[in-house]
Design a protein around this ligand. Sequence first.
Ligand code: CDP
Length: 488
Amino acid sequence: MAVERLQKILSNAGVASRRSAEAMIVAGRVAGNGKTLDTLGARADPEKDEITVDGTPVLRERYRYVALHKPTGVLSTTSDDRGRPTVVSLVDIEGATLRPVGRLDLESEGLILLTNDGALTELLTHPRHEVPKEYLVAIDQPLGKKGRERLVRGVRHEGERLKADSVQLVSPGGSSGDPDPRWLLITLHGGRKREIRRMLSVVGRRVVTLRRIRIGPLALGTLAAGSSRELTPEEVEALYEAAKAERKQSRGSMAAAAEAPGMAFPHPHPIAIDGPAASGKSTLARALVERFGYVLLDTGLMYRAIALAALRAEAPASDAGACAELARGGLLRLAVGGREVRVLLGEEDVTDLLRAPEVEGAVSDYAAIAEVRRELVAQQRLFAAQQPSVLVGRDIGSVVLRDAPVKLYLQASEEVRARRRGEQAAEWGAQQSASEAGRDISGRDTTDSTRAASPLVEPEGAIVIDTGELDADAMIARAIEAIEERAT
Ligand code: CDP
């Protein structure tokens, strides 16, 4: 990070707005490395200098950057509920919470970056601005020139186009010597899930070992599996430069699209998904936000939160005024964390309470109240206008986002949905048989589709997917195909 104006550093750190930071500076309250900085032109380096306000350090965390050689069998996530080792557990940097930049499959090894610098993470992981990465790959059978060229032209797998920038033969293990047709050096920009394994499976090859050896300007070098090192400032600078250069290149080709408001993303948004209970909406929505880098708002959680608040306040659904007041009062708040939204009541994050049987049984009655809906619909529209998003619910394509460029409507028989919900209930920690789940679902279905206010309907112009006949991957592939068609 470069030297910056003091007021910018303070406002970036969330200490004060730019204007009040300026007031603090001229009042002599701000110091850099113990020396008072009281002019508005003063600059500092937020990484190297200790900035204080009234003697208290304000930048608690400095940016740290670590290169790790991830061994196979280690997850590239921050934590794991099954207690398996993660890349974060292999790196011990005092006083900083590092997160992996992108991912590397469980069975793959090699270079992965960890940092607490959100700006660099954002740059390096944005689908349009990824730097090229190199992988050393051993496969089960030799791959001839034709096969290698196919990978560079691009192949389709489950509705996605997978493409390498280059595929070269190298000697075993990447050492110098004669090239071996079972050892490939693959360069690609993408970072799709299991991309290399999937593209090789299309040409009939199985990956035996896969090691990432370069991310843009940064090479794995001789770092042993399981060990890590901090990057030098020059290496960090080079990563920033490489990511920005990618950005410039892709801007050139998408200049017109990037300039038009609301079109800065290559895919259409917002995406509306509707359907009855347990029709597959959440599974599909999660896959889409991952794929396109959007944010998911599950509007069912908002209705559930209002139901929870009403139950706590002992306000029955027949008291529409009191329930609308709960929806209106600023009590319900949305917090974007990663790709999904969590729901707060006041300061309390209630997201994990919203599948409780009391809520499940009551939500549809509260969701049928027109004034409650009006309030929540306004919040949902505002949300969709603020970031590229996927909204999931019952009335998204028909009411909330009537003009959405992509509307999906999922359906499946009641029997299939009851079975799915029974299985999910166990995951959510509730004990519910398929028949109990079936009763809950069919009760809600009836209320949802017969109510006067925004009943569940198939929205006009929606792409209808019957998920009863499809497994999750096939459903996702079908939706992505439809979306890509609309994008072109
Ligand atoms: O996950 P599941 O499909 O079972 O339910 P949900 O999406 O969490 O929605 C719970 C309930 O909220 C639904 O049964 C509807 O009564 C209501 N809801 C609604 O009326 N409008 C929405 N846009 C979303 C949910």
